[in-house]
Design a protein around this ligand. Structure first.
Ligand SMILES: [Zn+2]
Length: 503
């Protein structure tokens, strides 16, 4: 036992020694990025006793402060953000706003220069600081997220409020009673709203008013005054960064509003979009500079197949009086995120993204139809290959974006995924019946185009463009018409037989 203990101890000690020496070896190359721009210092920063020391003058001045040095007293005063801090060399304490704060490390003189530990910068400037060991880089961030705009949309079943931010930040929401309210705290943010946006009257039977104010130095708070206690759903979207809240009408309220909406009322509030009908969004995959999969022999492009099916499908849906929008109706490039944003803007109920499959390796025998639903994990054989291929036209790649996996994991908790799985089963069955190709089943994977869709959403892979037999079919109008007919029947069935899920 003792022997094992010593081996472990030695291993740990050697590892620590190795880490420290590798840090010291690189210490001459420490970089500082201030708001992502390199900050040059006269004296290089150093790491000593595992703590980072930076040039006091250079860094304080770069942050807009001023430093005064009293050599006889070994004292420096730092004026920054209307605060005054005092610091004595080799004294592990900092005096700021007449308070004394203990320091882990005192300021020091290294190579005839006054150097201060990083913690001093953190305390005096109240800024966001991040050290990245691998890059040997200190990130100093003074830019704070701004709350730019508050927009509201009244729907028959819910009120949606969108909070536009200058950049992504954390947020939280909670309910309050007497009177019934919901609030959202946008962490670390500053409100930069026009006066007219600080208080918005909605009066739509769900929300009376939305009020926004700086709650404290760190938090902007958005408060929703309600008619009565209401359920809500909170999520964020990117590009641009937004926080979105859906506040739902309660059961009785829905009944009342339905009788009201049949009577002619005054002109609807701006942004009010009451169709009373469920909107279908058809997303022909790829297009423009992104042709999708291409058959090596014939040159048939996936983007052409998906648009062909989409145009037939649009005709069928519109013919049946179902409001339908296409994310593209010609051969053009559209980012995946923009496709979803468009779908959300149109308040879609169902989102169908059309694709044709392909195998990267020459395995021309792969064949059949598969339907995908969003997931944070890959569920089903070859799901990863398909997701990798279909995510290319995204600004963010899920493999690189750990946030994406988190957002998707959150979405999995929501009803949309469960409803999407139901819908996918119907779609898959109809397609296999009509097209008579192999049934590869319903699968799940992290698709960018499905991620932001606030509705039931699926990706359909109607066949393999890399398979010679299926390529011949995908080329024909007959096949595309059949695919459209199958999808039309699946969508129609689903929207006629699904209770409102608030999505
Ligand atoms: Zn595709």
């Amino acid at each position: 036992m003792k022997k094992i203990f010593y081996i472990i101890l030695m291993t740990v000690l050697l590892t620590i020694l190795f880490l420290v020496s590798s840090v010291l070896a690189q210490s001459s190359e420490i970089k500082i990025l201030l708001d992502n721009k390199p900050l040059e210092t006269v004296v290089p920063s150093v790491i000593e006793n595992d703590r980072l020391f930076v040039s006091a003058r250079n860094v304080v001045e770069a942050l807009g402060g001023r430093i005064t040095w009293f050599p006889a007293l070994k004292l420096m005063t730092i004026n920054i953000n209307n605060r005054i801090a005092r610091l004595v060399i080799d004294d592990p304490s900092l005096e700021i706003d007449e308070k004394v704060i203990p320091l882990e490390m005192p300021a020091r003189i290294i190579d005839n220069r006054v150097m201060i530990p990083l913690e001093v910068i953190k305390i005096i400037a109240e800024i966001d600081i991040k050290w990245e060991n691998q890059a040997n880089t200190l990130f100093i961030n003074t830019i704070r997220p701004y709350l730019l705009k508050v927009r509201s949309y009244s729907h028959p079943d819910k009120t949606r409020v969108v909070i536009d931010l200058s950049e992504k930040t954390e947020f939280r929401a909670d309910k309050l009673i007497n009177p019934d309210r919901i609030f959202i705290d946008i962490m670390g943010s500053i409100a930069k709203l026009e006066d007219t946006s600080k208080q918005i009257k909605i009066d739509d039977g769900v929300v009376k008013t939305v009020r926004t104010a700086q709650f404290n130095e760190e938090i902007t708070r958005v408060v929703f005054d309600l008619y009565q206690e209401s359920k809500y759903e909170l999520f964020s979207l990117i590009e641009p960064d937004r926080v979105v809240i859906d506040i739902f009408k309660s059961g009785e309220e829905t009944a009342i509003s339905e009788t009201l909406s049949t009577k002619p009322e005054g002109k609807p509030a701006p942004g009010l979009e009451i169709t009373g009908k469920r909107v279908v969004i058809i997303d022909p995959g790829h297009g423009g500079k992104d042709p999708g999969a291409i058959n090596r022999t014939t040159g048939l492009k996936e983007s052409e197949v998906t648009l062909g099916i989409a145009l037939y499908l649009e005709k069928l849906l519109k013919g049946a009086g179902i409001p339908t929008y296409l994310t593209r109706s010609k051969d053009e490039f559209v980012y995946l995120e923009d496709r979803t944003n468009f779908a959300n803007q149109k308040n879609g109920f169902v989102f169908v993204s059309l694709h044709a499959n392909s195998v990267l390796n020459p395995r021309p025998s792969a064949e059949g139809i598969e339907t995908f639903v969003l997931s944070s994990k890959y569920i089903g054989a070859s799901a990863r290959d398909v997701a990798d291929r279909e995510n290319i036209a995204s600004r963010a790649h899920p493999e690189l974006d750990t946030d994406l996996a988190k957002i998707i994991a959150d979405l999995e908790e929501s009803a949309n995924i469960k409803y999407s799985l139901d819908f996918a089963e119907i779609v898959q069955k109809k397609l296999v019946n009509y097209l008579k190709l192999e049934d590869r089943g319903v699968k799940q994977a992290p698709f960018v185009v499905l991620k932001g869709a606030n509705m039931v959403a699926v990706i359909v892979e109607v066949g393999f463009i890399s398979n010679p037999k299926e390529e011949k079919l995908l080329k024909t109008d007959k096949f595309r018409e059949n695919a459209a007919q199958a999808l039309f029947e699946a969508i129609k069935y689903y929207i006629e037989n699904t209770p409102d899920n608030g999505g």
